[in-house]
Write a protein that binds this ligand. Structure first.
Ligand SMILES: C[S@@+](CC[C@H](N)C(=O)[O-])C[C@H]1O[C@@H](n2cnc3c(N)ncnc32)[C@H](O)[C@@H]1O
Length: 178
């Protein structure tokens, strides 16, 4: 409540909408499903698109997305969670050296390690900017990336939109990059 305005939230379903039946497994840093759904909508993902999450964790961003969904993660445990949650096209690899063809992806959706709750592994541990180089490489010329980040800018890609949000109480940004 502020001044003469109040925000009232009503639960409209018996089961809270953030409790998705698909998400039986999560990893440290797993995205809240409603935030993942918002990111997918803002990224303009449509059926028929090829969608990649190069740090897929338990797969929440992809599981909220239509299209051909490709997940990559450097952790075998994370990939096992994503598989148990229902994803099939999963690859154990470094997001800094993606085994994905140049210009083959319509949308990259990503919630990379920020070095707080989740540490970067493999190539991203020493060269975090490799994620953005590889994102730019695999995207089609008219492609778009949508990311959850602690800052609104990344190296090598242009910020189209940066929306301030809070994740687990901390300031963050939902960023669209091209
Ligand atoms: C914040 S979590 C992603 C959570 C995911 N969006 C979800 O909802 O479950 C970041 C992920 O990046 C992965 N990761 C860290 N370094 C990586 C690298 N070099 N290449 C690929 N994945 C990496 C971690 O294993 C972790 O699963």
């Amino acid at each position: 409540m502020a001044d003469d305005e109040a925000v009232l939230a009503l639960r409209v379903a018996g089961r809270p909408l953030h409790r998705r039946p698909y998400r039986a497994h999560s990893v440290p840093g797993s995205v809240h499903p409603p935030l993942a759904a918002a990111l997918v909508r803002l990224a303009g993902v449509e059926p028929g698109m090829t969608v990649l999450d190069p740090c897929c964790g338990a797969g929440t961003l992809l599981l909220e997305s239509p299209g051909l969904r490709l997940g990559v993660d450097a952790s075998l445990d994370a990939l096992a969670c994503a598989r148990a949650n229902g994803l099939a096209a999963l690859t154990h690899a470094d997001a800094g050296h993606l085994p994905v063809a140049t210009g083959s992806v319509d949308r990259v959706l990503v919630n990379p390690p920020w070095g707080r709750q989740v540490e970067a592994r493999a190539g991203l541990a020493t060269s975090p900017a490799r994620l953005w180089y590889e994102t730019g490489r695999v995207l089609r010329p008219d492609g778009l990336a949508a990311a959850l980040l602690p800052e609104p800018e990344v190296s090598g890609l242009r910020t189209k939109t940066a929306m301030p949000i809070r994740i687990a109480g901390r300031p963050a940004f939902l960023v669209l990059l091209a």
